[in-house]
Design a protein around this ligand. Structure first.
Ligand code: GLC
Length: 687
């Protein structure tokens, strides 16, 4: 059951697609406290209550014990004490003595204090009390999540090739460098489905431009890559370069499509190209225009994009930069003691992503000027929506890959996200795991972190362990920052090990794709915390380093350097697969409970649930080259089980569960029956 409560006059975020009537009574569960005009809603938690959700954030799957703030931020140092990352996902489920879900539909800044100020108190404080709050009750946490997902609409579905392995690096400078990356993968038979174009493909960082010196024959190059089953995926940034004669800039100025200063002039900030304007993503006309601009690249054969810097990130605002320059001279020749030195540094460090700068510019929302800070969290969402809505018109029969850095609830209908500028830290591998189910709760199913870590120099073992976990992520992309150690799968000594790990991903693609499609169409989660599947099991709620992956599998990655094994908790008897590769694995039946399992660096663990089977295919160099008609299923002897495999052409938008499901049934005697869409050849391996 969903009930909606309205405070003040909320800005319509359009996160919700199933409109609800506003209730007249008081908000249940919470106490309202008003102090100095600020509203705080508090709930007394039971010490055993668990809080799930809030999407992209630091810390645990259980969010208790910290204060989180929804304020989309470009902060590349994701430490435990961050309050905000790039996204705002104001939905959580409290599970325990009382169980209910809360979605605060609010475009401004809001904090969720979950046992930070008071260990057993949860409180929510919006900057202004204009918001819709949805309270959701249901039979279980998962049921509440499903209702929420119905409320906010179906998740985005990428093309099937986007379930392959993808390679990115900020600083692939030209065609030849990319050819080399592809060649190295192909020669080593490391599967690969796409290579990303970071900002270096553009002419002086201008959106919808191509550097003709480094990419002289772009459409031909796109095709050359496609002939090798590799898609190129260019980045699009939020800021549009200010430059006379540049179409996108001139069209934006002429039509008033950019965000404005209070005096009606176009707001100026600095990002990669230097001075830029921000397209007014909240103005439907500007959004339509910006979205249609992707046509420039679609027309050249591009089939996927990533939207970046859309919090929006700013290196500086022109206004603040001028103020800083004006003051700099005052410091020259002075004795910079501790206090003055810090003041001086603070001025410089206060330039990027300055909170006050977000108060300087305005959006035109149906003729009304709305100050940016009041709707800050909607910018990235609407940039991706701009693209998504345009793709529906420009490419009605084709899925286009799209994911974004910043987001708000509702963006999951138009694209996925990647988790931004993580670092080559072991802690970030574990954080990547913990974020997955919270993001799935929001409907963001197409997601993954930069494998190996984006910032800082990585190590071979970190990339290996990370790849072993990330092969379960729908978005499986290795990405690194300019200036860091190269970390492509062929860059280290043990290329064979990397090939074998990535081949496991390709063997699993039919399973991952099936589970993704079923989750998207049925408003389900692809990655789940153990406790969502085993709600009665008290130990399961404690597990923060294993996840359920679709209906048949549990994963338990190694995320500690030099570890040669790990503890694993099995909520029921399971079949353990310890794999070095698709031809090199052992299976062992294990009993419910705690186990210590040896896992060498080149090995990884998968667990198959009883009553379930795992379908696998032979790996290939790319998703398109997979033979999905010949399937091997791993399962249990003397146990009947069945699996619904979803398959389709992978690129059109008619996702029909009934038409595209093939059911594989294995009887207790081990006999196989196949029914439905496809005729499959199935072999079994039963234990
Ligand atoms: C941002 C992105 C990162 C990208 C870089 C250069 O930091 O998060 O992925 O490589 O910009 O475009």
């Amino acid at each position: 059951m969903i009930r909606k409560y309205t405070y003040g006059k909320p800005f319509q975020t359009e996160a919700v697609v199933l409109q609800q009537k506003t209730e007249s009574g008081a908000l249940p569960y919470f106490q309202e406290i008003k102090e100095d005009g600020t509203l705080t809603l508090t709930y007394e938690m039971d010490p055993k209550d668990v809080v799930y959700g809030l999407g992209e954030n630091v810390r645990g799957i259980n969010k208790r014990g910290w204060i989180y703030e929804s304020r989309c931020m470009d902060d590349p140092v994701h430490v435990e004490t961050c309050h905000s990352l790039y996204a705002s996902h104001n939905f959580f489920v409290l599970s325990g003595k009382e169980t209910f879900g809360v979605f605060v539909d609010y475009a401004g800044i809001i904090s969720f204090d979950i046992g930070y100020t008071h260990l057993n108190q949860l409180s929510m404080t919006p900057q202004e009390s204009d918001m819709d709050i949805y309270i959701i009750e249901g039979e279980s946490v998962l049921d509440i999540v499903r209702q929420f997902r119905e409320l906010v609409g179906m998740s985005y579905i990428p093309p099937k090739w986007a379930f392959g392995y993808q390679q990115c690096r900020w600083s692939y400078m030209d065609e030849d460098e990319i050819r080399e990356v592809v060649k190295n993968h192909r020669e080593n038979h490391i599967p690969l489905d796409s290579v990303y174009l970071d900002i270096d493909y553009m002419e002086r960082y201008k959106d919808f431009s191509i550097n003709e010196e480094t990419f002289p024959k772009f459409p031909e190059f796109v095709q050359e890559m496609k002939d090798q089953h590799v898609r190129l995926v260019p980045i699009i940034d939020a800021g549009v370069k200010i430059e006379e004669g540049y179409d996108t800039y001139e069209e934006g100025v002429k039509n008033n499509y950019f965000c404005k200063n209070a005096d009606g002039t176009d707001f100026v900030a600095g990002v990669w190209p230097g001075r830029v304007h921000f397209p007014d993503m909240l103005n439907p006309k500007a959004r339509d225009w910006f979205g249609k601009s992707y046509k420039f690249l679609l027309d050249q054969g591009i089939e996927g994009f990533w939207n970046d810097m859309n919090e929006p990130a700013l290196f500086y605002s022109e206004e603040n930069l001028n103020n800083v320059f004006a003051k700099l001279g005052d410091y020259q020749g002075r004795n910079l003691d501790n206090d003055i030195y810090n003041e001086f540094l603070g001025m410089i460090h206060g330039l990027p992503n300055n909170r006050d700068d977000y108060k300087l510019f305005f959006h035109n929302v149906n003729g009304k000027m709305v100050r940016h800070d009041k709707v800050h969290n909607l910018f990235g969402y609407n940039m991706t929506r701009a693209a998504g809505e345009a793709f529906e018109e420009l490419e009605p029969d084709k899925r286009i890959l799209m994911f974004s850095r910043s987001s708000y609830v509702g963006m999951h209908r138009y694209g996925g996200i990647w988790m931004g500028d993580n670092k080559a830290w072991w802690a970030h591998l574990l954080m990547n795991l913990k974020m997955q189910p919270s993001l799935n709760m929001m409907g963001i199913l197409y997601t993954g972190a930069d494998i190996g870590g984006f910032g800082d120099d990585t190590t071979e073992d970190l990339v290996m362990r990370w790849t072993q976990f990330a092969l379960f992520s729908p978005l499986m992309r290795n990405h690194a920052a300019m200036g860091t150690r190269y970390q492509e799968a062929y860059s280290f000594d043990n290329t064979d090990t990397f090939r074998k790990i990535i081949e496991i991903r390709y063997a699993l693609v039919p399973y991952i794709y099936s589970e993704y499609m079923k989750a998207a169409i049925k408003n389900d989660m692809y990655f789940k915390p153990l406790s969502f599947v085993y709600p009665e099991d008290e130990h399961a709620a404690q597990v923060e380093d294993q996840l359920m992956v679709g209906e048949s599998l549990m994963c338990a990655p190694v995320y500690t350097q030099n570890a040669t094994g790990r503890y694993v908790y099995l909520p029921e008897d399971m079949l353990m697969i310890k794999a070095k590769g698709t031809e090199d694995y052992i299976c062992e039946k294990m009993t419910k409970g705690h186990h210590y399992v040896e896992v060498a660096l080149d090995e990884m663990l998968l667990f198959v649930r009883p009553g379930h089977i795992l379908p696998l295919v032979k790996p290939a160099d790319s998703v398109e080259q997979l033979d999905t008609d010949n399937v091997k299923v791993i399962g249990y002897k003397n146990q009947a089980a069945s699996y619904e495999m979803y398959d389709d052409n992978g690129f059109t938008r008619n996702y029909d569960l009934d038409k595209n499901i093939t059911t594989i049934k294995v009887s207790a005697d081990g006999d196989v029956e196949v029914e439905g869409a496809k005729t499959l050849k199935v072999t079994t391996e039963l234990y």
